[in-house]
Each structure stands twice: as C-alpha cells, then as structure tokens.
Write a protein that binds this ligand. Structure first.
Ligand code: SPD
Length: 282
C-alpha cells in the first residue's frame, strides 16, 4: 500500500464497502461531511455523510440509467428539473438532447456543487458552463411547492439515501407535488434505491408511485459502489409509458455517446424485477 493511502468504508447493515486511496478533500458543510478520495481503480470518488455517492469509474451506470429511459421516451423535453444531482452527472446526460432549453438544478448543499466542480470535473463536464443550466441552492421540497401546475417536461430525483434531511424526498406528499408540476405528457425519474439493501424503502417508493401516477415502471441494474451493488430507477407518468419504441430522433446518437445505457440494456433491465418485490407490490 502506498504511504498516504487509506481505506474508507461505507458501513451499511452489517456490511461495508471500502475504497482505498488518497483523501483530496474533507470538510463538514452545513449539511454533511464531504470527502473526495482519489483511488487507482475507481478514480475519484465522492462520499457524503459516510455514503458513496459516485465515482469516476462507475458513475455512468447510475446517471445514464436515470436519464435516458426517461428522456428518450417522451416527445417534448425542453424544461427539466433535477432535485439533488450536485455532481453534475445527471445534467450532463440531459444536455445530450438538443431539445433541452432549461434545466433547473436544485441542490440543497452548495458545497457539493463547488467540490464537484473542483475535484470531479469529468462528471459535470461542460455542464457548469452551459447557459441552459440554472443552479438553485434550495431545498427541493420547498422548490416544488413554488412551481405552477404543468410546468416541467421531466423531473429527476437524484438524491442521496433517506436520511434526516432527505427523508421527505421519499414521501407521498412530495411525489404528489411532482405530479402536479409535471406536464401531462411529462415523466418523473427517481433513483429508487436497492431492492436488496434498501428493500423496505424501495417497496415504499414503488407502492407510493403506483398509487399516485397512472403509469410507472422500474428498471434494475448495477452501481458497484452502492450497498449490495444492485440498484433501481423508477419512472412515472400521467399517461402510458413508451419504453419499447422510444420517441426520439436522436436515439442513435445518444446510444453512441453512452458507456452503459442502450435500448437493449434498458429492455433487459426493465424485466429484472426480483420476484419477491413483484409479490410485495402486487
Ligand atoms: N447509496 C447512494 C445513493 C445515491 C444516489 N444519488 C447519487 C448521486 C449521483 N449523482
């Protein structure tokens, strides 16, 4: 082991996942402890309050799966809301669509954005200089309440795991507000946690979404640095969802630009719901 390198673990339910590397940054902001670790295999990684949020090596497993099933399946996508997403990865994927005119990125902790700009430039890429991006340092719960009905074409909930200050982002009240501000043909995309390590909250999300929206669907894939590795993304709309034959002229260009996501990948991932989850939600 090289001298300045240390192991940092995320502890979760009798398990731990560690990365070895050099600490480039460590600070406690108003909201949380922020760490940037530089590792050899995973590249740079961001940890918030003891939880791995993203790493250079595996961030595309997460961001591409949150964004492309949603944006490739809706016709209009000019006005977008991202709640959380302070590393810039979700916005970066949204900007691949030429129709996108505005992204409101609502992040509660401005230090996450500053640290990501400085230490994770490969995740945000050109996003931070894009004139179509409006950054709002604000609580996502408050933000959605101020918006009028039928406002956004797509809403992305790119939040951390449930905690004292993110709990309400997993509540039915919040999903109802998202429904209210979403256009009739719009789509809500949520990082819906792990069916394995976060089974209860995962089921809670799926059941709440089913109750509130006319249509919803969940896909499963991997994010290696998250607890148990298996992760999920849930999409919801006020009308039928069309993932089989997406309405998107740019689809080939988008597929080529991705490292993980493709239509084939998503078609398989939408069929991956574990039986125990099917039984619990039906
Ligand atoms: N277990 C961590 C879940 C975090 C999901 N959000 C990550 C933010 C990446 N943009």
């Amino acid at each position: 082991m090289k001298r300045q390198e240390i192991w940092i673990d995320e502890f979760y339910k009798d398990s731990r996942f560690g990365l070895r590397g050099k600490v480039l940054f460590k600070k406690t902001s108003k909201f949380q402890e922020i760490i940037i670790l530089e590792t050899e295999y995973y590249g740079r990684a961001l940890m918030l309050d003891g939880c791995w949020m993203t790493s250079y090596r595996d961030e595309k497993y997460y961001h591409e799966c949150l964004v492309h099933p949603a944006l490739s399946s809706i016709e209009k996508k000019s006005n977008i809301l991202i709640i959380g997403g302070g590393d810039g990865g979700t916005a970066r994927e949204c900007f691949k669509y030429s129709q996108v005119k505005n992204i409101d990125l609502v992040e509660i902790d401005k230090e996450v954005i500053e640290v990501s700009k400085t230490f994770l430039p490969d995740i945000g890429g050109n996003t931070w200089n894009d004139k179509r991006l409006s950054i709002h340092i604000e609580d996502g719960i408050k933000w959605v309440k101020t918006k009028k009905e039928n406002y956004y074409d797509a809403i992305f909930i790119d939040c951390s795991d449930p905690s004292e200050f993110s709990n309400l982002l997993f509540s039915e009240n919040f999903y109802n507000e998202c429904k209210r501000i979403l256009k009739q043909k719009g789509i809500l995309a949520i990082q819906s946690e792990s069916p394995e390590s976060f089974k209860n909250i995962h089921i809670h999300i799926l059941k709440s979404i089913k109750k509130i929206f006319a249509a919803s669907k969940t896909m499963y894939s991997f994010v290696p640095v998250y607890p148990s590795g298996i992760w999920s993304w849930t999409f919801a709309s006020n009308q039928e969802l069309n993932f089989q034959n997406p309405i998107c002229e740019e689809i080939l260009k988008i597929e080529k630009s991705c490292d993980i996501w493709s239509l084939n990948y998503q078609n398989g991932a939408f069929k991956m719901m574990p039986n125990k989850i099917i039984k619990e939600i039906s």
